[in-house]
Unconditional design. Structure first.
Lengths: 347, 260
């Protein structure tokens, strides 16, 4: 008899887990809260992915296609888990979708509920939503994805752009002390894209540390050496309106130990990743633990990062912490293996 | 030791702006005082007319960056990420704390002439040991960036250089410079510096100045002087030499407009 496994979340990690399990012959139920699969990359229309700037569709579109064409995967869109109960070594779940409620028994569960982009409006110092020309990392992705890539206030190319790192990350004031890991690399990628799209535009990155770890460093070097992107050390503490329809970034240049107030045509806030409201919701429903950062807690961060604190429930992707799409896909595969072994042993 | 030479701690409290609390933190140039000042019909002569010019930088001027990037010596300005390896390895910095290649490159990147102007007196002190260029993880070539800096200063602050330091690049010094380049393929800045001083009749100053004497003595003692002198000729120098000779045959001069 084939195993039944529940995958919650249809982003990169969930899709990959579902595909791998389906190819092993498992009956997979893939539950997605949105009306489409592909997660945040699809929702915000990411256009190109770091580090090789390949079209996002090569990755996300491909995963969606493979999941959709696999008959071992039962797909539930606009769906959620209405109730969830343990039954010995198995789990009973009620899946509610537009087609109605369905009760099913599963041998194991993979949670891949992902992350939410930090909402910069929560941090008033950046004046997000106050000025048209202050946008964030996901807005810029969406603008590029939609091919509508100009200065929001007047539709013209910006003369200069400030990219501000660590927005909503590494900041006790907003409650997030962790580093969101990907924003630095996404930002240098966006800086390159900005420079390629508007060769006359000056691009500055305001940083405290630049953490383009591993080979992502190549992109950082490329941004500086091939595209003349200028990095300026210091976090911006305030954004105010300036003359001639500009916004002023106020901060301290910590290398020169002097204050600056520079007018920019456009500001891009590199907002980080948060656990989102779905993480506490899932934790409560499934009876698993949250960590102190608002993400789902791994049983052992080093030895068993794909296990939750409850046997039979496994974790994959950005629901356990900020990570890149590539890492989420890897984790989807790893969690699939763990969930399969558990189901095999107990079915 | 080195702190003694730090200009900030040495500066006496001037009469100018003497009412300012923590006067020593404010640069002389940043204090504006008018003899008679009337604002909105109110006479504010006296101690109320002292103003401090804001320290806030309100512009990044990339035209300097572009200008420097176009020169041979400054072509890699876009590479610098401010790690400080150059300053850490610098021969000069331990003796002149205000000589900081890392900071100078940053000021050039951002076109911050306001800051650069404060360092005209030390900015030319690079001895050309190339330790920074050898260690730089991004191959910025900071040693030659210091030459780009000298060019920038010469162009934008000609008056300050003349009045403050009476530096004159005369024909004779140029001849020494060309002699080095053509003879050895390398620029020995320490040698050029002493030759220039000698040509200007400042041989005694070279050894009478406390800083200068101390520097020479220290560098002899710890071996840095040797490493500066040991540069030698570049690899396969004769080929380059032939090319330069050939070039000179056509142009007659090493100088080229806008290029160094």
């Amino acid at each position: 008899m084939a195993e039944n496994i529940l995958v919650i979340g249809g982003g990169p990690a969930g899709l990959h887990a579902a595909i791998e399990l389906a190819e092993l012959g498992v009956n997979v139920s893939l539950v997605e809260r949105d009306t489409f699969f592909g997660g945040n990359p699809k929702k915000f229309k990411y256009k190109y992915l770091f580090p090789d700037l390949q079209p996002a569709d090569n990755v996300i579109g491909e995963l969606v296609k493979r999941a959709e064409s696999n008959n071992n995967i039962k797909k539930y869109l606009s769906a959620n888990i209405e109730s969830f109960k343990e039954d010995g070594k198995k789990f009973n779940a009620v899946i509610k979708s537009s087609a109605g409620s369905e009760t099913k028994t599963f041998d194991s569960v993979i949670v891949a509920t992902g992350f939410e982009h930090f909402d910069p409006a929560k941090d008033s110092k950046y004046s997000y939503q106050l000025f048209d020309d202050v946008i964030d990392i996901k807005d810029l992705e969406r603008m590029m994805g939609e091919g509508n890539f100009t200065r929001p206030s007047n539709g013209k190319p910006p003369k200069n752009v400030a990219i501000i790192l660590c927005v909503g990350s590494r900041d006790r004031h907003v409650g997030n002390q962790y580093c969101s890991r990907v924003c630095c690399t996404v930002s240098v990628k966006q800086a390159i894209e900005l420079r390629e799209h508007f060769p006359e535009t000056e691009v500055y990155i305001f940083y405290m540390d630049i953490r383009t770890y591993g080979f992502y460093e190549d992109l950082y070097w490329e941004a500086m050496e091939e595209h003349d992107v200028q990095i300026v050390k210091g976090r911006v503490a305030e954004i105010t309106s300036g003359p001639d329809n500009t916004v002023i970034c106020k901060g301290e240049d910590t290398l020169l130990r002097g204050p600056f107030e520079i007018p920019f045509d456009m500001v891009v806030l590199a907002s980080g990743m948060e656990g989102g409201p779905q993480s506490p919701e899932m934790a409560e429903k499934l009876g698993i633990e949250l960590d102190e950062h608002g993400f789902l807690k791994q049983a052992n961060v080093t030895l068993s990062p794909f296990k939750s604190n409850k046997d039979g429930i496994f974790l994959a992707g950005a629901c356990t912490g900020p990570k890149a799409i590539a890492d989420a896909i890897v984790e989807g595969g790893a969690a699939a293996m763990k969930a399969y072994i558990y189901a095999k042993k107990n079915s | 030791m080195a702190e003694e030479h730090n200009k900030n701690s040495e500066r006496p409290v001037a009469e100018k702006g003497e009412h300012i609390i923590a006067r020593h933190l404010v640069d002389d140039d940043a204090i504006k005082e008018e003899k008679n000042l009337v604002i909105d019909g109110v006479d504010v002569s006296g101690r109320w007319n002292t103003f401090i010019v804001t320290r806030v930088d309100s512009e990044f001027d990339r035209s300097f960056f572009d200008e420097i990037q176009k020169t041979v010596v400054g072509s890699r300005i876009n590479r610098c990420w401010q790690c400080g390896m150059c300053t850490a390895s610098c021969t000069v910095t331990p003796l002149y704390r205000r000589f900081n290649p890392r900071a100078f490159i940053y000021m050039m990147q951002l076109g911050n002439l306001k800051q650069l102007k404060k360092y005209i007196d030390v900015a030319w002190r690079c001895v050309g040991c190339y330790k920074c260029s050898q260690r730089c993880p991004k191959q910025v070539n900071p040693a030659e960036m210091m030459e780009a800096l000298a060019l920038l200063i010469k162009r934008y602050f000609p008056e300050e250089i003349k009045s403050k330091h009476q530096l004159k690049i005369d024909e004779e010094v140029k001849a020494i410079y060309e002699g080095m380049i053509l003879g050895h393929g390398r620029l020995d800045l320490a040698n050029l510096h002493t030759s220039a001083m000698r040509k200007m009749g400042k041989t005694t100053e070279l050894l009478s100045d406390k800083d200068e004497r101390g520097a020479i003595f220290k560098m002899m003692k710890d071996g840095r002087a040797l490493s500066v002198l040991r540069l030698g000729k570049p690899h396969k120098w004769h080929k380059s030499k032939d090319a330069i000779d050939n070039y000179l045959k056509h142009t007659g001069t090493l100088e080229q407009e806008g290029m160094i």
